[in-house]
Write a protein that binds this ligand. Structure first.
Ligand code: ASP
Ligand code: MG
Length: 411
């Protein structure tokens, strides 16, 4: 008997019929004698619908109230899932994030989980219930409803698995695993049987939408055994996220690059002609960080004549806010020559632990892009990743060319 946390995404609960299918899958695991915790997302499209609804009242809704609204999507699906399981003769009970309780910090819209009280859930599991928990939501110390950021149900799943010391966390989605890249862009993309946690972390943060980045961070921190599977197929092992990188390195078949990720959501903020003095990066990025805006790639040029250019990327949705902060709070102190924003950029990344022991990956990437006539605007690297910022319209071309150049196309 194992304790398994199963997370089902929006397409798996899109309508009552799908919820019934989900319930019968859960029921099969239950009949095998496992203890099951189910985490569900809202019905697909529902969170977007709720956000638009709020936007019909105001374009800049108060974040606390927005969380009250968007968290209702998951409240519907937990109840529906419990009903469907009961209808099949199983004992089932649903919980919202606050009921569990999933304690988070107070940053509405991107709250972080601080603690999970697993007691009630464990008692229900021991009493033979399937426990169903709303993804994406929690509550802060004052009891305010919070949400964990888009795609946050993955993180709920992994966090529950960590808190309950589950044997496995299974993420059911509309693809049957993690691919070398998005098959919609490269039809030759292949499913990976395994991927290391570090590679998955890079892929997720570089724009692969299969798992929310935070869920992967959580899995790494608490060593949660994580598997991505299709909710539409009856069988298949999906992709297992492993921690045994050493084993992988011994494998002769192991490619240098495991995947090509891309992200259309980046935007570039350029602060040109600023004084080349100590503290300038802090003066520019300090207020950005205070506003809770995540910065991704950063470039500062070596300045000639005591002035320099400073460029960084943020999420497209936050570019205007970032520009406003720079204009209002930073510009009076630094007197930049020019402040510009560009949201027609994309990031493309090659990821693989094989990079650690091989040189020349970056140069191969640059060569491939230059052969396609694609200009690289910014470069960022880590031990297992090379990422470039390019013009958005060349993104798919870049992904296809790199997928081929690194021998990832299906044989
Ligand atoms: N329903 C939320 C969203 O659409 C959370 C999730 O699906 O993971 O982002
Ligand atoms: Mg998702």
């Amino acid at each position: 008997m194992a304790l398994i946390v199963q997370k089902y995404g929006g397409t798996s609960v899109a309508n009552p019929e799908r919820i019934r299918k989900l319930a019968s899958r859960v029921g099969r695991f239950k009949k095998q004698g496992h203890q099951i915790v189910v985490v569900v997302s809202a019905m697909s499209g529902e969170t977007n619908r709720l956000i638009s609804l709020a936007n019909e009242i105001t374009k800049e809704p108060d974040q606390r109230e927005l969380d009250v609204i968007v968290s209702t999507g998951e409240q519907v699906t937990i109840g529906m899932t419990a009903l469907a399981l009961q209808d099949l003769g199983f004992k089932a009970k649903s919980y919202t994030g606050s009921q569990v309780k999933i304690l988070t910090d107070a940053s509405h819209g991107k709250a972080r989980i601080i603690d999970i009280d697993g007691q009630n859930m464990q008692k229900d599991l021991d009493d033979g219930y399937v426990v169903i928990v709303a993804g994406f939501q929690g509550c802060d110390a004052e009891g305010n409803i919070t949400t964990l950021g888009r795609g946050g149900s993955d993180t709920t799943g992994v966090a529950l698995a960590a808190a309950l010391k589950a044997d496995e966390c299974q993420i059911y989605t509309d693809v049957d695993g993690v691919y070398t890249t998005d098959p919609r862009v490269v039809p030759e993309a292949r499913r990976l049987d395994q991927i290391t946690f570090e590679e998955m972390l890079e892929l997720a943060s570089q724009g692969s939408k299969v798992l929310q980045t935070r869920s992967v961070e959580f899995a790494g921190k608490y060593k949660v055994k994580l598997r991505v599977l299709s909710s539409f197929e009856e069988s298949g092992d999906g992709t297992l996220i492993t921690f045994e990188e050493e084993d992988k390195d011994d494998n002769m078949e192991q490619p240098l690059i495991s995947g090509i990720a891309f992200n259309r959501d980046e935007a570039k903020v350029m602060v040109l002609g600023v004084p080349d003095t100590p503290g300038i990066a802090h003066q520019i990025l300090g207020p950005i960080a205070e506003a809770n805006i995540d910065v991704d790639v950063i470039i500062q040029n070596q300045g000639a004549d005591n002035s320099t250019d400073f460029t960084f990327t943020v999420h497209k949705n936050e570019m205007h806010k970032a520009l406003e902060i720079i204009h209002k709070e930073v510009q009076p102190n630094i007197n930049a020559r020019e402040i510009l924003g560009d949201d027609k950029v994309a990031k493309v990344s090659a990821v693989g632990v094989g990079m650690r022991s091989h040189v020349g990956i970056a140069s191969k990437m640059f060569e491939t892009l230059s052969e396609e006539g694609i200009n690289i605007q910014m470069i960022s690297t880590s031990e297992i990743k090379v990422a470039v910022i390019i013009e958005e319209k060349y993104m798919e071309l870049a992904v296809r060319a790199l997928h081929k150049a690194f021998d990832l196309d299906e044989a």
